[in-house]
Design a protein around this ligand. Structure first.
Ligand code: PPE
Length: 305
């Protein structure tokens, strides 16, 4: 169960958690077109710090732009509302979920006059794939469901309806005894997890899938930059699932998943069957960065004061 906080920001006002409701004919609820973000706020020595807030706000507005949704607030207003939502809830560490959705009005697929509503909720969210997953790595299966084709869905957008595909993959992975799914693209190459980007390490070099059929992950970008600091070569290129099987290390990245090592794929042990050296290094630097313990990336943090 989600852990309640006090207030949810809805269209400019703070509403009590229990009263943060919408009409049952809210358009997005029926047709799945809404855009959202997942952001984390970490406890640091200087107070709560929101990780890469500007990039998340930028992506939210890009998602809306792709889908011709006009968010009736400026980026600055949404950014400030996110900060205030963390603040009013007096929470030091949380997950932040801004959502822009098509509200009540007409039904049908061309809701010309319906309002675009915006909400921002925050709640505590621990390790997405479990503490054990973060520490020891997870078991992953290749999904029988294919990731969105570039002409069927626009993956630069983070859109509610895309997560139907993700949930099919996730349920299949869990019911067949795994922790998470990895989806292939329409040509059979590895794309991403149900809610994470993926990296592999082979002979000291890192690869991650190109942006064609995946979400442009902000954690993915952070990890690529951190890897460069260690002079680790990172390429963005397609790879097949057998390359994943024989990689030395593999891991997922995401706001919710953070940096989660992968220790097994489709019954094949990956590398030594435990988090590899490079994965552990990057994971540890990542946690230092988000917790304000790394000066170099201080500009990625927005302190809640
Ligand atoms: N791919 C997908 C499909 C995805 O949903 C996410 C985030 C990522 C990659 C990583 O993106 P980023 O968070 O910018 O590094 N998934 C969000 C939703 C998770 C959920 O279950 O809800 C998240 O991690 O917040």
């Amino acid at each position: 169960m989600i852990q309640k906080t006090e207030k949810i920001w809805m269209d400019g006002r703070f509403i009590d958690w229990d009263n943060a409701n919408v009409h049952i004919l809210t358009h997005t609820l029926h047709y799945g077109l809404g855009v959202f973000e997942g952001i984390r706020c970490y406890d640091t020595k200087k107070g709560p710090a929101i990780f890469r807030l500007d990039e998340h706000i930028e992506r939210l507005f890009n998602s809306a732009h792709i889908f011709l949704m006009e968010i009736p607030f400026s980026k600055k207003e949404i950014k400030e509302a996110v900060i205030r939502t963390v603040k009013v809830n007096k929470i030091r560490e949380c997950y932040i979920r801004p959502l822009a959705y098509i509200g009540y009005g007409a039904m049908g697929l061309y809701p010309k006059e319906n309002p675009v509503n915006v909400s921002i909720a925050v709640w505590p969210w621990g390790a997405y794939l479990g503490d054990d997953g973060l520490n020891k790595g997870i078991r992953v299966r290749t999904s029988s469901f294919i990731r969105n084709h570039v002409n069927a869905n626009m993956t630069r957008g983070k859109v509610c309806g895309y997560y139907v595909n993700s949930q099919l993959a996730k349920k299949e992975a869990i019911t067949s005894g795994y922790d998470e799914a990895v989806l292939l693209d329409t040509e059979g190459y590895v794309s991403e997890g149900s809610g994470e980007n993926i990296f592999i390490v082979r002979k000291g070099k890192m690869k991650t899938t190109p942006l064609t059929s995946i979400l442009e992950g902000i954690t993915r970008d952070s990890i690529i930059r951190i890897a460069h600091d260690f002079r680790i070569k990172v390429t963005e290129e397609r790879f097949t699932r057998d390359e994943l099987y024989i990689s030395d290390e593999a891991f997922f990245t995401g706001t919710a998943a953070e940096v989660t090592p992968i220790r097994e794929v489709d019954g094949r042990v990956v590398g030594a069957g435990k988090p590899g050296e490079i994965t552990k290094k990057l994971q540890s630097v990542f946690f230092d960065v988000v917790k304000g313990k790394n000066k170099k990336y201080e500009s990625w943090l927005t302190y809640v004061k």
